[in-house]
Write a protein that binds this ligand. Sequence first.
Ligand code: ATP
Ligand code: MG
Length: 262
Amino acid sequence: MSTPSTGDANALEATSLAKSFGSTRAVDHLTFALRRGEILGLLGPNGSGKSTTMKMILGILKPDSGSAKVYGRDVLTDPIGVKEVSGYVPETPQLYEFLSGVEYLDFVGDMYGMGPAAKKERISQFLRALELDGHENDMISGYSQGMKQKITITAALMNKPKLLVVDEGLNGLDPRSAKIVKDLLRELAREGVAILFSTHILEIAEAICDRVLIMQRGNLLAEGTPAELRRRAGMPGSTLEDVFLKMTGTEDLKEVVEALTR
Ligand SMILES: Nc1ncnc2c1ncn2[C@@H]1O[C@H](COP(=O)(O)OP(=O)(O)OP(=O)(O)O)[C@@H](O)[C@H]1O
Ligand SMILES: [Mg+2]
């Protein structure tokens, strides 16, 4: 396994990424960068292209045009290199449900070529931290949604990734577990891990993201720290939620609710 270059300040550079599905332009020439140790929130209404962007960055979906580099590794020419240094929490967990939690994580460790001692240490560290111990030998098919999410998060962190891509990763977690994961993400960022994080829960974005991108119809609508966006929207004392609703043109929700109840 080659070591990622350490010279670049940027962990991720996405340049003019574009992807269409038939006549739907899911991502429309999107350019942004993510620094080491930074948590970047990817916000946007349903269907605005967040998951598609993440999949292109990780080499899961091929862009129609544009490029993405992760620690200097081009996802088109070195997709394995990108996967070696990345962890991914997909929006829908895809687990082998007939395995136990420990068996699944052991399998993920094998895929990364980890040795038995490293796997064991990593698995027990996370099972304890995420309060899953006691259930590690039960079949995943019997896990609750939140327990499956915790296994998915642990799997993404098995290989000590330098870029972590989290697509709505707090889904299904109870408040205590969500807090543990938020603290874990901040700690990872402090250690230098770059984190791209999508969420619809704007309080979470506000609490943990250093910077946010707001997407709409595959385009970048706005970019900045939550405070900058509030200022730019002329709403300095408001929440990120108010700013988001204003920027995405959905602030007049009363009309929508009325239409639905008519
Ligand atoms: N495999 C696919 N086939 C066809 N269309 C797709 C596919 N994946 C995504 N799309 C379309 O691309 C657009 C962007 O989808 P994407 O999943 O990236 O949005 P999103 O911002 O992640 O939305 P959400 O907040 O609902 O998760 C949508 O119009 C979606 O219907
Ligand atoms: Mg999505």
